[in-house]
Design a protein around this ligand. Structure first.
Ligand code: ADP
Ligand code: MG
Length: 686
């Protein structure tokens, strides 16, 4: 048995479990050992009773004070006791465990580990794990128990059992990192790391295991990226843009003044487009900073000089939105350019008509989704390619669109604050412009961080806003364990909210398990104000512009990375109405409060991301993922920026010495890369 064996060869994995594993993407033993824990349960030292805090999982040691009581009904028997130490008393309850009454003795010393909650004003530990006698806890002290992402039909214990066999009794794959590289970057050995990530003996082992695996993940990613990317020699600019007056006239006609930052970036783009070499530029600008109009200026410059320009958006809704607003602006400002849309959901006939206009050059500005890069789309003379919200596209797709023309200029727009190190790795061939200023006429969004006791008031507020004609987003609590649960959760929440808000308000929902057409339909109805309240998971995060939406309410805000919350907040405050953000926090701890308060203090996505990281510190290893930019299994581009940097250096060194990885000591690495690229992991990550 080895990494390529089927999981069904493991003891205890029958046909049923095999199917469930398949749902989690686990087919082979190799998949299983790469199914890293989502987090860990850490068995910390006991704390004094007086320090047990609501909402936290703690361990306490004390004596059983007074009697052990058994109450409740036959179906729901409740065992209660009071635990006492020199600092205070704590109430403890268990459900459906009546046998405890005979097992535990008043006066005995016991250690309990569980979540502390507030029951009718009394701090209470519910259903704790029992260590009796107390000394039993010592075996567990400081250990980390893996917690895996589950799906219906499988328990954490079952996964642990399977992984244990896989890592303990099998010959794992051979190390594939060259030993010189491991020495230089102080990386632990592969088999040690795999064992350490699942079953660390202590935090130190976890730390070394994780470091190695994150480094490896980054390195393999970067090396594969280089392989598919090929050369990055600069190409000569073959387009001339003598007619420039129209863009200036267009800027004058805008109902607003461009911000200084927008002007600066536009100048950079113009000088690229008229320069000696082909433009490759990334424009980073926070949500609402006005990137679209800058891209449009580029498209107009191309169009007025007799070329075509294309703009690719990651979703149909976004493409339609861009198409409609751009078409309208061109008409209003009497710019004689023809727009065309091309998306996957168009009928065959509609598509054919669009292809014709694109090929004949009748269409000057073409806006669409991935459909823009399909073979059937042939351009007459494409001079500029814009991709919006770049992080949703792979490098490959960007290149494919570029290949459509005769080396057109490339403009990439992103609202995600990508760390500079990463931008260079990913877009090493791109110049970077930053729009670091929001339009001045914006009413600042009013934020509040509240606890769940405020929920009714929030609903009331939402009702009032919709009565005034506004629209609202509600982001549901996340269910990390599984996507199916998450979908159910969103549906239930929407149903509840419908009842709460009454018939006259249309409430709909969105979640990741819905089909793309369904999602698009809901988003379109929302943008036409046929839906007033949209309950959703974070799928609405990207680029949507509904200026009439004024409320963003986020449940369980404490579970999100601040960057993500900031992106969500960017969905409101886009129009002339005052907008509001309600961050509902399920946790009352000081740290949570402090974190969420950062959002109050700043509107700068870059600042927010770095503050969050600072506050949590590098020690917060099981913390919330910050970015969601790139889907690494373990690595986080913010948190692990240093490792990313070293992995990138290591990749440079490797390729400089051995460009095709032909040296014998690179044989294993090369094989690993090939199977990585074949598996499609690179695409998923991007
Ligand atoms: P993003 O950078 O998030 O893509 P958009 O381009 O969608 O932002 O712009 C958001 C809104 O701001 C749009 O309604 C746009 O018309 C408006 N806008 C853009 N630039 C300015 C400006 N300089 N002053 C006022 N409003 C602006
Ligand atoms: Mg945008």
């Amino acid at each position: 048995m080895n990494e390529l064996s089927w999981v069904s060869e493991l003891k205890g994995v029958g046909e049923k479990t095999e199917k469930i594993f398949a749902k989690l993407g686990i087919h082979t033993v190799g998949d299983l050992i790469r199914y890293y824990p989502r987090t860990y349960d850490v068995y910390e030292s006991p704390v004094p009773v007086a320090e047990a805090e609501e909402g936290k999982i703690v361990t306490v040691t004390g004596s059983i004070f007074g009697n052990i009581q058994l109450t409740g009904t036959r179906n729901m028997q409740i065992t209660t006791l009071t635990l006492k130490d020199i600092t205070g008393n704590l109430k403890v309850i268990w459900f459906r465990m009546p046998f405890l009454k005979n097992m535990l003795r008043g006066g005995g010393i016991i250690t309990l580990r569980g979540k502390v909650s507030n029951r009718r004003g009394l701090l209470t530990m519910e259903q704790p794990e029992i260590f009796y006698p107390s000394a039993k806890y010592e075996e567990k002290l400081d250990t980390l128990q893996p917690v895996y992402t589950l799906t219906a039909g499988i328990t954490n214990t079952a996964i642990i059992k399977a992984v244990k066999q896989a890592v303990e009794y099998l010959d794992l794959k051979q190390e594939f990192l060259p030993s010189s590289l491991r020495l230089k970057y102080h990386l632990s050995e592969y088999n040690y790391a795999i064992r350490g990530i699942h079953f660390p003996e202590d935090k130190e082992q976890y730390y070394y295991a994780r470091e190695r695996l994150v480094f490896e993940e980054f390195l393999v990613f970067i090396l594969s990226l280089r392989q598919i990317k090929g050369t990055d020699e600069r190409n000569r600019n073959q387009f001339g843009f003598p007619k420039q007056a129209e863009t200036e006239a267009f800027i004058k006609k805008l109902p607003y003044e461009l911000t200084k930052a927008q002007r600066k970036v536009w100048e950079e783009i113009k000088s690229d487009m008229t320069g000696e070499y082909v433009m490759s530029r990334l424009v980073q600008g926070d949500v609402g900073s006005g990137k679209t109009v800058i891209a449009l200026l580029g498209l107009i410059l191309a169009g007025m000089n007799g070329y075509q320009g294309a703009m690719m958006a990651p979703t149909e809704v976004l493409a339609k939105q861009h198409y409609e607003s751009i078409t309208e602006m061109l008409e209003d400002y009497k710019i004689p350019l023809k727009t065309e849309i091309l998306t996957g959901s168009m009928t065959a006939k509609e598509k054919r008509l669009a292809y014709e206009k694109i090929e004949s050059g009748e269409a000057d500005i073409i806006i669409g989704t991935h459909a823009l890069i399909q073979d059937k789309a042939k351009y007459k003379n494409l001079a500029l390619v814009v991709t919006d919200e770049q992080h949703r596209f792979g490098v490959k797709q960007r290149e494919e669109l570029a290949e459509k023309g005769n080396m057109p200029h490339i403009l990439v727009m992103s609202a995600t604050p990508i760390p500079r190190t990463l931008a260079i790795i990913l877009y090493g061939d791109l110049d970077i412009s930053v729009i670091d200023e929001l339009p001045a006429n914006r009413l600042p969004i009013k934020n509040c961080v509240v606890d769940t006791g405020y929920r009714q008031t929030a609903y009331e507020f939402i009702r009032k806003q919709t009565i005034q004609g506004r629209q609202c987003y509600v982001i549901c609590p996340m269910v990390e364990e599984s996507e199916t649960l998450e979908a159910e959760n969103v549906t239930d929440y929407a149903k509840m909210l419908k009842e709460e808000l009454g018939e006259s308000i249309t409430v709909e929902y969105l979640h990741g398990k819905m089909k793309q057409v369904q999602k698009d339909e809901i988003m379109e109805r929302f943008s036409r104000n046929e839906i007033q309240v949209l309950v959703s998971t974070t799928v609405i995060e990207v680029g949507i512009n509904v200026p009439n939406a004024t409320v963003m309410m986020v449940e369980n805000a404490e579970r999100f990375g601040l960057s993500q919350l900031h992106q969500l907040r960017g969905r409101v405050g886009r129009g002339k109405h005052q907008s509001y953000c309600i961050f509902m926090s399920g946790s009352k701890t000081k740290e949570t409060k402090q974190r969420l308060e950062i959002l109050n203090k700043s509107n700068d996505g870059f600042f927010i991301a770095s503050e969050d990281l600072k506050l949590r510190g590098p020690g917060d290893l099981f913390g919330i993922r910050q970015s969601g930019i790139l889907d690494f299994k373990l690595g986080d581009v913010f948190q692990d920026a240093k490792l990313l940097q070293s992995a990138s250096e290591a990749a440079d060194e490797l390729l400089a010495a051995d460009p095709d990885l032909k040296f014998p000591e690179h044989k294993n690495l090369k094989e690993h890369l090939q199977s990585y690229i074949k598996s499609g992991m690179l695409q998923t990550t991007l």
